[in-house]
Design a protein. Structure first.
Length: 181
């Protein structure tokens, strides 16, 4: 768990001051370092909510993705692609979700070597409870008003587009494709 440091100064700001003296402009370094620190804080908050349900955030994301699909089933390779994770990570998450009774696995009739993961009733129930708890936490961003949350999303989306995470031509479309789409 990421512990609150409670320092009387902001270490990222302090590093920025030293950076400017030694290397030059520090805006990008301060912003990037802040993103990493916020990621640590958010994951710690999510883990606190999800741990009692036997979930990590990665496993929760798999369950949510399965609930978004029309049939509640997706090929493992689609899960990996949509969540942008390595196939080994998907297999590990599915193995643990199967062991917990949240997901079942069966051969993919459309692909002789592929596997389909499907959410179980127990998995749907845990997603509902965990989602309610994460929403009550405002996904860890309750210190920001909703308008600022939207602005933050748009700013970070521009970074993602610049990195090729999302095709620039698709970035302006509002609706996300369905899980099968």
């Amino acid at each position: 768990m990421v512990r609150a440091l409670g320092l009387p100064f902001d270490p990222i700001e302090r590093a920025g001051e030293t950076w400017e003296q030694r290397f030059g402009p520090a805006s990008a370094m301060r912003a990037a370092t802040s993103v990493f620190r916020v990621q640590q804080i958010l994951l710690a908050r999510f883990d606190e909510v999800l741990r009692p349900h036997g979930l990590t955030f990665a496993r929760y994301e798999v369950l949510v993705l399965l609930t978004f699909s029309r049939t509640g089933r997706l090929p493992l390779k689609v899960i990996g692609s949509r969540l942008m994770v390595h196939p080994t990570s998907v297999t590990n998450a599915i193995d643990r979700l199967v062991a917990a009774g949240f997901v079942d696995r069966r051969p993919n009739p459309a692909d002789g070597r592929g596997v389909l993961a499907g959410i179980t009733d127990r998995g749907r129930a845990v997603v509902d409870v965990a989602t309610d708890q994460l929403m009550a936490l405002d996904f860890g961003l309750g210190d920001l008003p909703e308008a600022e949350q939207a602005t933050l999303f748009e700013l970070l989306k521009r970074v993602r587009i610049g990195a090729g995470d999302v095709a620039d031509r698709l970035a302006s479309r509002d609706p996300a494709p369905s899980a099968e789409g």
